[in-house]
Design a protein around this ligand. Structure first.
Ligand code: AMP
Ligand code: MG
Length: 354
């Protein structure tokens, strides 16, 4: 995964102020500070990890020590999963592609298993073996460029999740040149873990925002539902397209505005269709998934984006009935799984329900 940018192959970690602003998801129930048990105000923490701007708010149960524990946990996950850190477990597996299996930690194995399950169910639309194509396009790096068609074709056989072998606690990429990339799932896993650390410590409510990968946990003080904003993909820096109400859970969006470059007036974004080797173009501007597992929501939002509206929504309804999805399309419609109409509200008339 591209955790830290440059460390991660994902969003630029340029800490420019405008970027920072663009990273902030608009939460309607804003709370400016938290209060520790002793009564001392501990403000929410914002920091860069996993290649993106992360915000954690533990409200009245937040202490400096707990914020530190969560920050360190996120850094640890980045250290294990980032393809941009040579010391990561994923980099070690990638270096030994075609050579030998590499023992990995239980958590890397568990996330890989989860990624492979989504790969299987999505027909490879979500594909943790997409690394060679991500590297070839270089979206989010200093030098992105449209590759030669031949170069793309040559890599397609390497982008095959079925060629990832597991042998006990070891992972083997069976062909030289294969590369894992967990950029489409690691932030979701990290959000789940941040919440787990908070809950284990007795935190009653928490808001975790890992660059737009949102988890809201527990009951708000005033008893109302959380409301999470989803960006307008056509004006992501300044505008929300909708808000989702939920009691407790995760909201994850994959969008073509997140990382991209333009060449000859055409936009090339960071979500690759592993079947073609090109950025997925099935008329989706963004795909949002709502549920309890941020890991799954992260993988599924990427999968739904690649699959397009019909197949993406069918994947959710048939295989993940506990979760919901909402897809914004280029013709300005919003389409979703049946329950989402009760919880999502379109804002500003930019999009209309299908
Ligand atoms: P997300 O923003 O969660 O949709 O994830 C996009 C990131 O996941 C990209 O920056 C790549 O690192 C990686 N990625 C791109 N295409 C795919 C794909 N089809 N399946 C899995 N991961 C992908
Ligand atoms: Mg994702």
């Amino acid at each position: 995964m591209r955790l830290q940018k440059p460390p991660l192959r994902g969003k630029k970690t340029s800490a420019s102020f405008s970027f920072f602003l663009r990273c902030i998801i608009f939460f309607l129930p804003l709370v400016s500070c938290s209060r520790s048990a002793g009564g001392r105000a501990v403000p929410p923490h914002t920091f860069v990890a996993l290649g993106t701007v992360c915000s954690v708010n533990l409200y009245e149960d937040g202490t400096e020590a707990l914020y530190r524990r969560i920050t360190e946990r996120l850094q640890q996950i980045e250290g294990a999963f980032s393809v941009n850190l040579p010391s990561s477990e994923i980099s070690a597996v990638n270096r030994m592609a075609g050579i030998a299996p590499v023992p990995v930690s239980a958590e890397v194995l568990a996330v890989l298993e989860a990624a492979l399950a989504v790969a299987e169910k999505s027909g490879g639309a979500f594909n943790p073996a997409v690394g060679p194509l991500v590297a070839l396009w270089g979206v989010g790096t200093e030098t992105p460029a449209v590759p030669d068609a031949d170069a793309i074709q040559a890599l397609l056989p390497l982008v095959d999740y079925r060629k990832i072998q597991r042998d006990g606690a070891a992972v083997f990429l069976t062909e030289a040149g294969m590369q894992l990339d967990f950029g489409g799932i690691a932030k979701g896993y990290a959000a789940d873990e941040a919440v787990r650390v908070a809950v284990d410590a007795g935190v009653r409510r928490a808001l975790v925002d890992l660059g737009g990968n949102i988890y809201v946990y527990g009951k708000k003080a005033d008893g109302t539902a959380w409301r999470v904003g989803v960006k307008n993909p056509e004006n992501a820096g300044a505008d929300l397209a909708l808000q989702v109400e939920l009691a407790s859970g995760t909201v994850v969006t994959s969008g073509r505005y997140e990382r991209f470059f333009e060449q000859d007036g055409i936009r090339y974004h960071h979500i690759i269709d592993p079947a073609t080797g090109y950025p997925a173009e099935r008329g989706v501007l963004s795909a949002t998934v709502v549920g309890q597992s941020s890991l799954l929501a992260d993988a599924l939002s990427t999968a739904a984006f690649v699959l397009g509206k019909e197949k993406g929504l069918a994947l959710l309804q048939n295989e993940y009935p506990d979760m919901d999805a909402l897809i914004l399309t280029a013709d300005h419609t919003a389409a979703g799984t049946p329950r989402i109409r009760q919880t999502a509200t379109l804002l500003r008339n930019a999009y209309g329900w299908e």
